[in-house]
Write a protein that binds this ligand. Sequence first.
Ligand SMILES: [Zn+2]
Ligand SMILES: [Zn+2]
Length: 364
Amino acid sequence: MPATKNAKIALVTGVGKTPEISHMELPKLEPNAMLAEIQAATLCGTDIHLLHSAAKAMPYIPGHESCGIIVEKSGDRFDVTGEPLEIGDRVIWAYPFCGECFYCAVANQPTMCPNALRFGREPVAVYPHLLGGCATHQYVPPRSAVIRVPAGVSSELAASASCALRTIMHGFERLGRVPGHGIAVIQGTGPVGLYALAVAKSRGFKKVLAVGAPASRVAVAKDWGADATLNIDETPVRADRVKWVMDQTGGIGADVVIQCAGSAAVSEGIDMVRAGGRYLSIGEGGTDKDIAITPRAMSVKMLNIIGVRSGAGRHFYEALQFLKDGKFPFKDLISGTYALDKVADAFDGMKSMREVKAAILPNS
Ligand SMILES: [Zn+2]
Ligand SMILES: [Zn+2]
C-alpha cells in the first residue's frame, strides 16, 4: 500500500493557464489496475500544445511521459515479456487500448484505437482521475502494456522513452528495410530529432544528415554523429536547404527523410527525398494548414509517404533496450529538473525553448 492516502497533483484549470498545485485522494483500484509513484515526468512540445488547446475537458493533470515505481496493485500483472510485476518495480506503461475495436482487433493498429485513454489530457473529474505524470502518483490502467526499466536507465530518460523514442521505434518499424548505402536526412534537432538521429545511425544508414536549429542543438546532433549538419538559422531560404541536401547526396536527394520538426517542415522535406524514396513524418506539432503535393510527386516521383502515431508496448520495450545499450550521450537531452511545486517554471522553460526537455521529479 502507498504510504499516503493523497496525491499531490499539478492541475491545468483553463486554456493557456499555467498548471497549479492541488491535492486529491488516491483512487481505489479496479481489478488488474496498479498505482505508480512517479519518479520522473518529462515534458514535450505536445504538453505545451495541449495547454493552449480548447478541445479538452478541464481541469486535467498534464504529463504523458512518466516513469514510476509500482506501489499498489490489484491482482496479478505481467510486463510485456511475461514476467510477473511486483510492488517496487520501476516501470513505464503504454496508453491502454481497448483490444476490441476494428483498429485493435482487425487492423492491428492499436494506436488508432478510438477508445484508448491518453495520459496528460483526460479530465481529472472522471475516474480513475490520476492519468497525468505531473503528480506524485499515477494510475496504471488494467489494459496498459507495462515495461520494466533496465537498471542502468535513469527515470528521466525512461520517461522520455514513453513518448518520443517509442514513436520513433514505431516509425522505423513502418519504414521497413534500411539499405546499407542509404542516406537519411533528419528534419529537426529537438529531442525527437536527436533520438531519430541516434536510431538512424544505429540502423546502418551510410550517412545521416541533420537539419535544425538553434546552433546549440545542431552542435548536439554533430556530437551524436551526424555526418553533416545544416543550421536553418544560418540558411533561412528553403531552396538553399533543399540544394544543400542535393549537394550532400550527389544531386539525387535522400533515400529517407524523417520529419521531426513539426508539420510546417513537411513540404520542404518532401522536396529533399530522392525519386522513389521514402518520407517518414513523425513530428505532429505546428500548423494544421494543408500542404500542396503535386500528383507527380506521388506517381512519377514514386514517393512513399509514411505517417506514424504513438506506439504499442513493443515499441516502448524497444525504446528502453535502445537506451540501455547507451551508445549515445542521451542524458544531454534532459536539460533541467524541477520539483512538482515548480511545474509552472518547467512549462515556461519548454514554451520558451530554454529547455530541450524538462523533467518533473514529483517525489524528490
Ligand atoms: Zn511527449
Ligand atoms: Zn481499440
